[in-house]
Design a protein around this ligand. Structure first.
Ligand code: UDX
Length: 429
């Protein structure tokens, strides 16, 4: 099918590449001319495993192209996806101005029937507003349908999540766009659920908030584990074997961050408030997440006593593994807290050092993870990168003034670490 995607960020670019990969013709549109130039020249603005290969192969096959013109995208497609940012306002509500502007521009460019699909994460009832806006700004005779099709991809696993989705949610007002939407997704062999638009929009916020709740839940359990000598990983394993609960998103640590969970939680709390419901359960999820960081910083200062003029080696800056994204990264927040306490930091991340430099200054960036510990008083693990498990522990132990490690992501085995002579403090174990 002929598709266009407005917005070439994480969601737009990876979705566009995956749609092209299964045979659709895709025009990716972005109003950032520099980004479009970069993409046309074969550059990829984000790090996402497998994305670069996918983009290059589909551009070469003539199925994927880039433009800064919405009119061109609309003209060359039957289905127009909106994948623009929905950033938070200072009060936690969602800034929908990009969506509104794009809806107007799509409306102005439409000359024949189009299906306009919202992929961005939006508050319930946004689809109604988008439909009203398009109706107001398009030529009278042009017909269209608005569809809600939320995206559930995780950064770092975006290609994998898009190619093998758990489910596809399609929210519609009438049956007219359903066949085309099913055709677009047929190659992905995933279950498709067709709902009304409001339900589809709610599914997205309800899902992300539930996952955040799961993380805060296990982080709260980690407090009880530390108070009793129990092991939160074993508790999570035991809970997760119940198929009604499941093991995923039960990893205790520094708490959740990123561009989605914190923002979506605040938005959902605000949406509920506007609908007359005080969603206190989710406020507690936020509180537990904030306190998890406080508790970890306290663990470090309780052990090292005065942090002023101590040097700490920090492994991890991205908000999670497999990404260079540092937006709302718990690792960056931890670094900033340690700097405020007067500590000096030597930091490393396999992918996120360049992006971190824009938000984290006054630290020493170290290219080799095995060199981070040199001259440090302790090591801190802040992101769950798989390669940190390959750290040369013996070299690190010798490089440190004292072999102390604070592991905020539970990457190592406490018994083995102690046997190897480490003072090892992790979360909930
Ligand atoms: C999330 C949702 O998973 C995805 O469906 C949605 O489309 C966008 O938001 P993402 O933000 O990319 O995706 O990352 P995710 O893998 O969900 O991790 C979010 C945060 O939770 C990270 O900071 C991660 O470290 C943390 N986390 C995750 C935990 O602390 N424990 C866990 O068990 C899982």
């Amino acid at each position: 099918m002929r598709l266009s995607i407005i917005g070439t960020g994480y969601v737009g670019l990876t979705t566009g590449a995956c749609f092209a990969e299964v045979g659709h013709h895709v025009v990716c549109v972005d109003n950032d001319e520099a980004k479009v130039r970069l993409l046309r020249a074969g550059g990829i603005p984000i790090y996402e495993p497998g994305l670069e290969e996918l983009v290059h192969a589909n551009v070469a096959a003539g199925r994927l192209e880039f433009t800064d013109s919405i009119a061109e995208g609309v003209e060359k497609s039957d289905v127009v996806f909106i994948a623009v940012p929905t950033p938070p306002n200072p009060d936690g509500s969602v800034d929908l101005s990009f969506i509104e502007k794009v809806a107007r521009e799509i409306a102005g460019a439409m000359t024949s029937y189009k299906i306009v699909v919202d992929k961005s994460t939006v508050p319930v009832k946004t689809g109604e507003k988008v439909a009203e806006t398009i109706k107001r700004y398009c030529r009278a005779a042009v017909e269209f349908d608005v569809v809600s099709n939320p995206e559930f991809l995780r950064e770092g696993f975006a290609v994998q999540d898009l190619m093998k989705p758990d489910r596809i949610v399609i929210g519609v007002r009438s049956q007219r766009p359903v066949a085309a939407m099913k055709e677009i997704y047929a190659p992905f062999n995933a279950p498709i659920i067709v709902t009304d638009i409001n339900s589809a929009e709610l599914i997205k916020h309800a899902s992300n908030s539930f996952l955040a709740l799961k993380i805060s839940y296990i982080n709260a359990i980690s407090i009880l584990c530390e108070a009793t000598g129990a092991n939160v990983v074993e508790v999570a394993n035991g809970m997760g074997m119940d198929s009604r609960i499941g093991r995923r998103f039960l990893d205790a640590g520094l708490g959740f961050g990123g561009s989605c969970f914190p923002k979506d939680l605040s938005a959902f709390i605000k949406i509920a408030e506007q609908l007359g419901y005080d969603f206190r359960l989710l406020k507690e999820v936020q509180r537990i997440n904030a306190e998890q960081m406080d508790r970890f910083v306290k663990k470090i200062s309780d052990t090292l006593w005065v942090l002023k003029d101590k040097t700490l080696g920090v492994l991890g800056l991205a908000f999670k593994q497999n990404t260079d994204d540092v937006r709302n990264s718990p690792a960056i927040e931890l670094c900033q807290r340690l700097l405020r306490e007067g500590a000096k930091l030597r930091v490393h991340d396999p992918k996120a050092m360049e992006k971190a430099k824009a938000v984290l200054q006054g630290v020493t960036y170290v290219e080799d993870m095995n060199a981070v510990a040199e001259g440090c008083d302790a090591l801190v693990i802040a992101t769950e990168w798989e390669q940190f498990k390959q750290l040369d522990l013996e070299r690190a132990r010798r490089a440190l003034t004292h072999p102390i490690m604070f592991d905020g992501r539970n990457l190592f085995d406490p018994a083995e670490m102690e046997r190897a002579g480490w003072i090892y403090k992790s979360v909930g174990r």
